[in-house]
Structures are given as structure tokens and as C-alpha cells.
Design a protein around this ligand. Structure first.
Ligand code: HEC
Length: 341
């Protein structure tokens, strides 16, 4: 019988050792206390002939002996735990970023090159992988037992988790936050592949084997369809500030505060534009909260990150009125490009 799930990530063995240590210490001390309790209960039971003449009510040596070693043990466990926790929460810079969206009741995965999957997650062996996650509705939790990692997936905020797979194979993942009727069906499989194979799989368009737009390209399409460029031109105009090289830039707000335009800021600009108004502007940007799915927001954010940089998939500013044949037109409902398959 298998006691624990397989150990398939760089955290697994260490986390298991920590758990076994905690269990071991708990058993050890519980046994010690219980044994003393039993021994004294029997020895000093009513009617026993035990010597009760020299009752001790204080013993400094004994008190130090039962306080100091457990304190040191407790601190040592705490330090180990804290160190592991902080390593699990510090994403390495070279991690491969994959996006995960939770919704009642499925997991939607989006690779940076645009490959999408549902209830499946393909990752390369031996490379740190960072999941940037968000929920479309209620709180979920993305948990991969074989990797010993999990993190809440929350509506309105991006959360992250990372891991480094150490073993090829298929492993289950689960939603581990009760999220409604079909919560128990909100599961899927991680497939750990050889890096070359993973690259080949990605290039072939994933399991669906469909040619796909990259996140940025899909974002560019949306950007044009929603005509963001009507207000956001290459240089700031009265209609809107320029978005060129916006990612990571310091923004001055009308409150005088400055904030850095990170991923969360760009997302908020779309769904809650009046939360922070750029200095010199008014509340004229429409909120896209009702119109855009989280996938589409990810695409737009990915596109905005590249605007005016070398990675820009087009020359989008000022907007080209290009609606090539077959592409959705501005009159199509926003849901028309919903990436949900
Ligand atoms: C009707 C004009 C208008 C349209 C259309 C519009 N915006 Fe805006 N946008 C604004 C204005 C005005 C601001 C500055 C005020 C504010 O921060 O809300 C702004 C701010 C922003 C910001 C923050 C910019 C900064 O300098 O910090 C982002 C990001 C943004 N818009 C993205 C978009 C995207 C993406 C679209 C298309 C989906 C879009 N906007 C459509 C007018 C518009």
C-alpha cells in the first residue's frame, strides 16, 4: 500500500521528511506523556502502598529538562518549515510561466505560445514552472499532490505557485476548495514530458494539434476588435494616455500617488478603470468587466506587456482598421471569441 502520493517535484521529498518528523515528534511526546501518566496513575492509585511521605512540589532540573529541549526542537522545526515555505513561495526568475483559470467546474490552461487545454496541464521535466492563476467565479484551489504544491485561485487577483517536476509521468490535480455542486469533478492531469518532447508538443499546437495564436497575438486581435486604439494612441492624447511600453512603468494617479503598472494594474485598468485614474484624465474609459472573460483579459494584458517593445506582434499603434477575412469583426459580440472550447 502506498502511504503518500508519488514524489514528483523538487519539494516532495523534503516536505515529506518534514511531515514525518512532525508525526514522529508528536508520537514520541504523546507516548512519553501517556506513559508517565499511566505509570503514576497505577503507582499512586488509591490503596497502593507507594511512599507518599516526601512529596516533591518543585524540581528545577526536571523543569528545565522538559522545557528547553522541546523549545529547541520546536524552533528547529519552525526554521526548517519557514525556510521550505519561503522557497516554495519565491518563484525563480527563469521559471516558465503558464496561466491557469479556474471556473465552475473546470480548469483552463493557457501556455504562453497560445496552446490551450482543459483539465490537462503539460509541463517539461526539470524546469521550474510558474502558474499564474485566477478564478472566473468563486474561490478555487489548484492542488497537485504529487508535487506537494497548492494555492488558492481567487476571483479578481492573480496568485502564483511554482514547482520543478523531477519525474516523467501523469499525475492528478484537484480543486481543493469546496466550490459548489460539481467541485469533486474539478480535477485533471498534469503530464510531465521530456523538455524536447514538450517543445515539440507546444509547437504542434498541443493535444488539439490546432495552429494557435500566441497570447499576444490573440490580445492584439482583441485590442483591435474592441478599438482600444481609438483612445490609446502611440502618444498620449486628450482621449487617453499612451500605452507604449506601459508594463513596469511608474504611473502617477490623480490622487498624486504613484504605482507601478504591473500585471495586476493592467488587469484592473480593464475591469475597474476608476479604481486608479491616471493623472490628467477623467473617468471616460469604459469598464470591460462584463465583456471580457479572464482568458481574454490575460491575452490583452500579455499584449499590453509587449506594446512598443521588440516583442510587439504587430505595429498596433495607431490602430490599423485591419479586419482580415475570417477574423471577428467589431460588431461580433465579445463572447464570440471566447476561447472556451
Ligand atoms: C473611451 C476611451 C477609451 C477606450 C475605448 C479605452 N480606454 Fe483605456 N483609458 C482611457 C482613459 C481616459 C484612461 C486614463 C484614465 C484611467 O486611468 O481610467 C485609460 C487608461 C487605461 C490604462 C491605464 C493606463 C495608464 O497610463 O496607466 C490601460 C492599461 C488601458 N486604459 C487599457 C485599455 C484597453 C486595453 C482598452 C481596450 C480594451 C482601453 N483601454 C479602451 C480611455 C479609454
Amino acid at each position: 500500500m502506498q502511504l503518500m502520493p508519488e514524489q514528483a517535484s523538487s519539494f516532495a521529498a523534503e516536505l515529506d521528511s518534514l511531515i514525518f518528523l512532525l508525526v514522529g515528534l508528536t508520537v514520541l511526546f504523546t507516548t512519553l506523556v501517556a506513559a508517565c501518566l499511566l505509570f503514576f496513575a497505577v503507582k499512586y492509585r488509591r490503596g497502593s502502598k507507594a511512599d507518599r511521605s516526601r512529596a516533591v512540589d518543585h524540581h528545577t532540573g526536571l523543569e528545565i529538562a522538559w522545557s528547553v529541549p522541546p523549545l529547541i526542537l520546536g524552533l528547529a522545526v519552525f526554521m526548517w518549515n519557514a525556510s521550505l515555505f519561503s522557497r516554495m513561495r519565491t518563484v525563480p526568475d527563469n521559471a516558465l510561466e503558464i496561466f491557469v483559470i479556474g471556473k465552475q467546474w473546470m480548469w483552463h490552461v493557457q501556455h504562453p505560445n497560445g496552446v490551450r487545454e482543459n483539465n490537462e496541464l503539460h509541463v517539461p521535466l526539470g524546469r521550474p514552472v510558474k502558474l499564474t492563476m485566477i478564478s472566473q467565479d468563486v474561490i478555487h484551489n489548484f492542488r497537485i499532490p504529487a508535487f506537494r504544491t497548492q494555492r488558492d485561485v481567487i476571483p479578481g487577483t492573480y496568485t502564483e505557485q511554482w514547482f520543478q517536476p523531477t519525474r516523467l509521468g501523469r499525475y492528478r490535480f484537484f480543486c481543493s476548495q469546496f466550490c459548489g455542486t460539481d467541485h469533486s469533478k474539478m480535477t485533471g492531469w498534469v503530464t510531465v514530458m521530456e523538455p524536447v518532447e514538450y517543445q515539440r508538443w507546444l509547437a504542434a499546437g498541443g493535444s488539439a494539434k490546432k495552429p494557435v495564436l500566441t497570447l499576444e497575438e490573440a490580445g492584439k486581435e482583441l485590442y483591435e476588435k474592441l478599438q482600444c486604439g481609438n483612445c490609446h494612441e502611440a502618444v498620449s492624447t486628450v482621449r487617453g494616455p499612451s500605452l507604449v511600453a506601459i508594463f513596469g512603468k511608474k504611473r502617477t494617479l490623480d490622487s498624486g500617488q504613484t504605482v507601478v503598472a504591473d500585471q495586476a494594474y493592467l488587469r484592473e485598468s480593464l475591469v475597474d478603470p476608476y479604481r486608479h485614474i491616471v493623472k490628467g484624465y477623467e473617468q471616460t474609459m469604459p469598464s470591460y468587466k462584463e465583456q471580457l472573460s479572464e482568458e481574454q483579459i490575460l491575452q490583452l494584458v500579455a499584449y499590453m506587456k509587449t506594446l512598443g517593445t521588440a516583442g510587439d506582434p504587430g505595429a498596433p499603434m495607431p490602430p490599423s482598421p485591419s479586419n482580415e477575412a475570417g477574423r471577428p469583426t467589431a460588431s461580433a459580440p465579445a463572447g464570440g471569441v471566447s476561447p472556451t472550447q
